[in-house]
Design a binder for this molecule. Structure first.
Ligand SMILES: Cc1cc2nc3c(=O)[nH]c(=O)nc-3n(C[C@H](O)[C@H](O)[C@H](O)COP(=O)(O)O)c2cc1C
Length: 441
């Protein structure tokens, strides 16, 4: 007689990034090991603060004015609640998606974060290597310390995009666009919200601007067009009858600044120290890096200047979103720059809802500012984002544990997103819809 009651062995359920990350942490815990970075945001922030210099912390964690926009960003997330659905038989999840031809393993990119050298001299390379290790694309900052070509070389096969600040020098804009294309960037992201620097009391109170120390200007000092502008400036300053330059008071801090500028400039320290070029490069940068007159007319020229998909970052008003798509722009990032530009600005998540309602389901809309956890990513996707950009959290990870810290932060966010999808009955990113969130009572 055969045993008819025997059941076939069930197919194993794929473990997914959420359970994999939990397993990794709990297994290491058996040997008494703890994760390199805290897995909750409050703990991460506290550890990062401890690991940073006062100037580094002021720059990365600081915001505009009284910090109301940063608070608004977080409070907006608190006003939405996820409504998990049960019994949907979701054993496996597919977190992958594609944005403007770039494949993403999860609906997440690493945001452009400038002057990361205040946290680690190799911030851009750490981020690039962590992106390569996790497969999450990285949007290079225009304010990197490392030339974009070197950062691109550290990305392996993981895609990168390039962020651009629109300089008053159109030749520099073209040069950066060409370099972005040549580096294999998947898109160019033009940041609209920083035509001037916001009022940032944390930095102002320390008299601290990284660029004035030669930090965060590596894309410029490696640029041929920028080099020409600097050379002209030096020539003008050395011409007979040129007015004498203002010399800063000689203090210990002034000497430190000079050394920082000298060290950060390409070439040998000793020849830089004797040369007027490194200081002229800083002054030139401060004069030309962004264009306060930036308008739709500038943006309208972009299509003819690059073959890359064009993304506008910093859109908050539905009319601006509509206008961007009417102009043929490929995508937008709804963002208030992490609350660093305008104090008391609309929360990015609130703007996302209005923008998505205005432009309909088709256009590519990304979002950042306030994303801290995987549950936040879920909420932003449910409210209409195609993907989100992670900003401060990965820099905090770097402050605590370098490249490994960035990797862990990314892995943790992706893990929590995966678990939130599993526990909410969602099998893929396209199914994270508006029906899964409600305004909090
Ligand atoms: C220290 C720091 C530097 C930044 N630098 C840039 C930059 O160079 N270019 C840019 O487009 N956005 C920059 N941003 C904004 C981020 O790309 C992103 O919009 C922001 O970090 C999102 O807010 P969150 O970090 O609070 O989530 C920076 C943000 C921070 C915190």
């Amino acid at each position: 007689m055969t045993d008819d009651t025997s059941q076939p062995v069930p197919d194993p359920v794929a473990i997914g990034p959420g359970r994999a990350r939990q397993g990794e942490i709990y297994r290491a815990g058996i040997s008494g090991l703890r994760p390199a970075v805290p897995t909750d945001f409050a703990g991460l922030e506290q550890a990062a603060r401890k690991a940073s210099t006062p100037r580094g912390w002021a720059y990365v964690a600081g915001g505009a004015g009284e910090g109301r926009t940063m608070r608004n960003n977080r409070e907006a997330f608190d006003r939405w609640a996820i409504v998990p659905r049960m019994l949907r038989g979701v054993g496996e999840r597919d977190l992958s998606t594609s944005v403007l031809g770039t494949d993403l393993p999860a609906p997440l990119l690493l945001a452009p974060v400038g002057a990361g050298q205040l946290i680690d001299p190799d911030a851009d390379l750490h981020t690039a290597r962590a992106a390569a290790a996790t497969g999450v694309p990285y949007v290079f900052t225009n304010q990197g310390g490392t030339p974009l070509e070197e950062t691109a070389a550290a990305m392996g096969s993981t895609p990168h995009w390039m962020q651009l600040y629109w300089s008053v020098d159109e030749g520099l804009v073209d040069s950066l666009l060409q370099r972005a294309e040549a580096s294999g960037a998947g898109a160019v992201v033009v940041t609209l919200d920083t035509t001037v620097l916001g009022w940032r009391p944390q930095d102002l109170n320390l008299g601290s601007l990284p660029f004035a120390q030669g930090l965060g200007i590596g894309q410029y000092t490696s640029d041929a067009r920028f080099g020409e502008i600097v050379a002209e400036r030096v020539e003008r300053a050395q011409a007979p009858g040129a007015p004498a330059a203002d010399k800063p008071k000689v203090t210990l801090a002034a000497i430190r600044s000079l050394l920082s500028i000298t060290r950060s400039h390409p070439g040998s320290f000793w020849s830089n120290l004797r040369s007027p070029v490194p200081r002229a490069a800083v002054e030139t940068f401060l004069d030309i890096y962004s264009n306060p007159r930036l308008s739709w007319d500038h943006v309208a020229t972009l299509r003819d200047r690059t073959r890359l998909p064009i993304v506008l970052k910093g859109v908050l008003h539905p009319d601006d979103a509509r206008r961007a798509f009417d102009l043929g722009i490929d995508g937008i990032v709804v963002s208030n720059h992490g609350g660093r530009q305008v104090d008391s600005s609309i929360a990015s998540l609130d703007a996302l809802v209005a923008v998505r309602d205005a432009v309909g389901p088709e256009p590519t809309v990304l979002m950042d500012s306030g994303i801290r956890t995987g549950a936040d990513v879920f909420t932003a996707i449910a409210l209409g984002a195609d993907a989100v950009l992670l900003g401060r959290p990965y820099m905090y990870g770097m402050a605590v544990a370098g490249q490994r810290g960035v990797e862990e932060v990314v892995a943790n966010v992706v893990a929590e997103l995966d678990l939130t999808m599993a526990l909410s009955g969602v099998a893929d990113v396209a199914s994270i819809g508006r029906d899964l969130v409600v305004p909090r009572a």
